[in-house]
Design a protein around this ligand. Structure first.
Ligand code: IPM
Ligand code: MG
Length: 357
């Protein structure tokens, strides 16, 4: 089969990790007799430097014309002082919205080979955990009305959280479907004891739950969820939550795996075109030094094959190659822990995984 993939390499370590994923995707295409073509487009700080805006229209058009999108990371200290609407991060929100990608799947699982890197004690981790966070990605406070106004104490800034039944239903449906494919447990996380938008969220989720009787459904308040993730992560299977709560909880969940450099994500909408990116950021401090871990981006490529192209044997092959390389003891610096030996660079780790395919 033939697919066109848009590459949004972005800033910092973005280019090196995307190059790694491309190498592995090309090897996979060779092995299984497919043809992937790659077209790069600008996004984030590099787009600001070349065109004056973080998300040029040509990037949106290029992504819309592609079968799927692979993203590295955006942002860096060079652009930190820019006003909100011009920042690299704005491009990320913009492209998610322009492509209609309202469902964000963020798996956080503990890799047995990397157990020692998790900050949690053995008695808490038990036999491990494998959580799928389903984050709403194009609504809520990150997209709500904002600005400045005269308040009780003088001028104030405000942002607004708003969710419609339509937005809650479509993300809820995606989460129930995800739960049906896993262990059929879904926990919806909100702040319904305080927020009106959360009360509508909870009510809408409850009516959906009635349509998925096979799924064991629970609700949890977000503050308690933040605590439960550390106290007993194994209790969770699929989590569904709003844009902001999902942003925060997915960072927490990735940290307890001890290997944020390993975690991939998928952003999906109504079509098969998705955007796939590592959970970690642009790590400007290590950019261009060939020490970044390409695995999260390589695994994002695997998710693309599975979710956008329906190539699950190919996706499995990449995931197995990563497992094999880790089991053989190869590590990049970030997942080295106290293991012996010299860490591999980004290109060497990429080579090892491509060889293991
Ligand atoms: C993420 C990031 C982004 C977000 C930022 C960079 C805009 O934190 O993907 O989690 O908040 O969605
Ligand atoms: Mg985040």
């Amino acid at each position: 089969m033939e697919f066109n993939i848009a590459l949004l390499k972005g800033d910092g370590i973005g280019p090196e990790i995307v190059d790694g994923a491309v190498k592995v995707l090309e090897k996979t295409a060779d092995k299984f007799g497919h043809k992937f073509s790659f077209t790069p487009y600008l996004i984030g700080g590099c787009a600001i430097n070349k065109t004056g805006v973080p998300l040029p229209q040509s990037t949106i058009d290029g992504c819309l014309a592609s079968d799927s999108v692979l993203l590295g990371a955006v942002g860096g200290p060079e652009w930190d002082e820019l006003p909100g609407y011009k920042r690299p991060e704005k491009a990320l929100l913009g492209i998610r919205s322009a492509l209609g990608l309202y469902t964000n799947l963020r798996p956080a699982k503990l890799y047995p080979a990397l157990r020692a890197a998790s900050p949690l004690k053995d008695e808490i981790v038990g036999s491990g955990f494998d959580i799928m966070i389903v984050r709403e990605l194009t609504g809520g406070i990150y997209f709500g009305d904002r600005g400045y106004r005269e308040g009780r104490y003088g001028q104030e800034a405000y942002d607004t959280e708003a969710y419609s039944v339509t937005e809650i239903e479509r993300i809820g449906k995606a989460a129930f479907e995800a739960a049906m494919k896993r262990s059929r447990r879904l926990c919806s996380i909100d702040k319904a004891n305080v927020l009106e938008s959360s009360r509508l969220w909870r009510k809408t989720m409850h009516s959906l739950a009635g349509k998925y009787p096979a799924v064991e459904y629970t609700d949890m308040f977000v503050d308690n969820a933040a605590m439960q993730l550390i106290r007993d992560p194994g209790q969770f299977d699929v989590i569904v939550t709003s844009n902001m709560f999902g942003d925060i909880l997915s960072d927490e969940a990735s940290q307890i795996t001890g290997s944020i450099g390993m975690l991939a994500s998928a952003s999906l909408g109504e079509t098969t075109r998705g955007m796939y990116e590592p959970i970690h950021g642009s790590a400007p401090d290590i950019a261009g030094k060939n020490i970044a871990n390409p695995i999260a981006t390589i695994l994002s490529g695997a998710m693309m094959l599975r979710y956008s192209f329906g190539l699950s044997a190919e996706a499995d092959a990449i995931e197995n190659a990563v497992d094999k390389v880790l089991a053989a003891g190869y590590r990049t610096a970030d997942i080295m822990g106290s293991s012996e030996g010299t860490p591999l660079g980004c290109t060497e780790m990429t080579e090892k995984i491509a060889e293991a395919l």
